[in-house]
Ligand binder design. Structure first.
Ligand code: ZN
Ligand code: FE
Length: 269
């Protein structure tokens, strides 16, 4: 395979609403967060792909449950990358903030971000432009979703706010590969927060039409999320005003305070 063959990224649907992302160059593949071995193995076979590595973002079973079965079934010894703070079955390489994951085939260089919030040890993988990558890509697990963010199972609103801040600093054209298809319900909530956000209103129509055609609403982009995602917009006047109204608090001094209010509201929405 020509080393400059463009990488492709495809979703493997799993469970009710998970996406296991498969990155490949036409022959060698990586998978991100394979919660279920069965659809992953079927996809690799159907597309004649050889699995060369597994990337894990956090310890939840819907992201890790297929690892051992995939390794056993393929009978191969491949690297399994995962966050240093978690106990990940089959992990061979523990990674942390600013680590570089260098994969020879498919040729890829990924930077690791620690993004606590959904879980304490949650990480994301970022690939910036390289010969075979036209637009930067981010594999963010359950930290950021299209028009939403992950539930705070282990971390604090301040941690999630800082984690989303790391993503906000990435190039706007970064393709964001989230691990769940939660977009339509996230949009319903986002519209409650910002009923007058015109970008959000037009995205709502687009996303609805994609789902009606059975298509994923992902990947999204950082630029898009900065326009429509209330959790990435906790510094915007309309979001702050709504958070004050909902919480009855006169002052919400930082974006993390705003995020705390709207995340708690989303949990009961
Ligand atoms: Zn999770
Ligand atoms: Fe999940």
């Amino acid at each position: 395979m020509d080393k400059n063959t463009l990488l492709q990224v495809w979703p493997i649907p799993a469970f009710d609403d998970n996406y296991i992302w498969c990155i490949h160059d036409g022959s060698s593949a990586l998978v991100v967060d394979p919660g279920d071995a069965v659809p992953t193995l079927a996809y690799l076979r159907a597309n004649n792909l050889t699995l060369k590595g597994i990337l894990i973002t956090h310890h939840h079973a819907d992201h890790t449950g297929g690892i051992l079965q995939i390794l056993q079934n393929l009978g191969i010894d491949i690297p399994v990358y995962g966050p240093v703070g978690d106990d990940i079955p089959g992990r061979t390489v523990a990674v942390m903030q600013d680590d570089k994951v260098e994969i020879p085939s498919p040729r890829m260089s990924l930077k690791v971000f620690e993004v606590p919030g959904h879980t304490l040890s949650h990480i994301a993988y970022f690939a910036n432009m390289q010969a075979n990558v036209v637009e930067p890509m981010l594999f963010c697990g359950d930290t950021l979703f299209a028009s939403g963010c992950g539930r705070l199972f282990e971390g604090t609103p301040t941690q999630m706010s800082e984690s989303l801040g790391k993503f906000a600093a990435l190039p706007k054209n970064t393709l964001v590969y989230c691990t769940h298809e939660y977009t339509l319900s996230n949009i319903r909530f986002a519209l409650a927060v910002e009923p007058n956000n015109l970008n959000l209103l037009s995205w709502a129509d687009q996303a609805k039409s994609l789902r009606e055609q059975g298509l994923p609403t992902l990947p999204t982009t950082i630029g898009q999320e900065l326009q429509v995602n209330p959790f990435m917009r906790c510094d915007q006047a309309e979001v702050i005003a709504m958070a004050k109204e909902i919480s009855g608090q006169a002052e919400l001094p930082t974006p993390a305070h705003v995020l705390a209010v709207i995340r708690a509201w989303k949990d009961r929405f």
